[in-house]
Design a protein around this ligand. Structure first.
Ligand code: A3P
Length: 309
């Protein structure tokens, strides 16, 4: 097990790397901050064609823990939950370099191949861009959904506070890009609809941000059962205490450096009402109706409950 000193050094290295990336990005124009691969926009300081190509050869493991999210749907929350659960179960130290599968240089996959199991891997990629190996190995995946209106508002604030993303002069301008899918990682609606194809594979557990927020213990039990972790009630309680919004926000400068308060902003359900106009709300309703109404994932989002004024 790593000593406290080794852990501290690793964390410092990770935060220093994050800082370097942010500094580089702060000197770039909004256009330069975007790059495109296979028709989808990505943050150019974090993603590259070379890394995408190297990723295609990645060898998944049956016991990988793969966390899937559209941006702002609870990625960091879920990563932390899994790290805490695995720590309780196997005494496995959380890796601090929690960046996404698609971030970084192509050599990272060599490093990943040497990491001990179970690896916690997260990604915002659409199912078509997730390396095939994960499907071949029948890796268990956790898909976290969040209602589109809160996702959009969270994404807007994040874009304006995180130097690696293009900033927007107004919410209205961001909204236009969000609804047409002209944002980093593309359309929320396409993303969600694509995963619908895999919903009956038997390898995906779907949870929603809203359900996690309403009853975190219940969500933790579902994850526990899905991965066969056999955590005791006391252990689940410990994980729950460490992964509430306030516990995570409190430690966020340690885990996420200067961006701590940016990643852990409000952590609420329904904040969309602070920015959406009636017309914008109707526009999202129409998109939801067109793409997701009646689908299994659409039903899980519980749209009526969370997206009505
Ligand atoms: P808000 O911007 O609405 O506050 P991601 O990690 O995918 O970038 O998602 C970020 C969103 O999840 C932010 O939403 C953040 O505050 C929220 N979040 C992070 N940790 C959370 C937690 N433990 N409980 C509730 N919400 C959390």
């Amino acid at each position: 097990m790593a000593t406290a000193e080794e852990k501290q050094t690793k964390r410092e290295k990770f935060l220093a790397e994050m800082k370097k990336v942010a500094e580089k990005a702060s000197k770039m124009t909004p256009e330069e901050l975007k790059c495109s691969y296979k028709g989808i926009l990505y943050p150019s300081v974090l993603c590259s064609k070379e890394t995408f190509q190297a990723m295609e050869k990645l060898e998944a493991r049956e016991d990988d823990v793969l966390i899937l999210t559209y941006p702002k749907c609870g990625t960091n929350w879920t990563i932390q939950i899994l790290h805490e659960m695995l720590f309780e179960m196997h005494n496995k130290e959380p890796t601090l370099d929690q960046a996404m599968l698609e971030f970084g240089n192509p050599e990272k996959f060599e490093y990943m191949s040497q990491q001990p199991s179970p690896r916690v891997i997260s990604s915002h990629l659409t199912c078509e861009n997730i390396p095939k190996s994960f499907f071949e190995k029948k890796t268990k995946m956790l898909l976290i959904l969040r209602n589109p209106k809160d996702t959009a508002v969270s994404f807007y604030h994040f874009s304006n506070k995180n130097p690696v993303l293009p900033t927007y002069e107004s919410w209205d301008l961001f909204f236009k890009d969000f609804i047409t899918g002209n944002v980093i990682y593309g359309s929320y609606f396409d993303y969600t609809l694509q995963w619908e194809k895999h919903i009956d594979d038997g390898t995906i557990l779907v949870l929603t941000f809203e359900d996690m927020k309403a009853d975190l213990t219940k969500a933790l039990r579902k994850i526990n059962d899905f991965y066969g972790l056999a955590l005791k009630d006391e252990q689940i309680k410990l994980v729950q205490e460490k992964t509430t919004f306030f516990s995570m926000k409190e430690k966020s400068s340690n885990t996420h450096g200067d961006l701590g308060n940016v990643f852990f902003r409000k952590g609420e359900v329904g904040d969309w009402k602070s920015l959406f106009t009636e017309d914008q709300s109707k526009e999202v309703d129409a998109h939801f109706e067109k793409y997701l109404a009646g689908t299994k994932l659409g039903n899980m989002i519980n749209y009526e409950k969370y997206c009505t004024f």
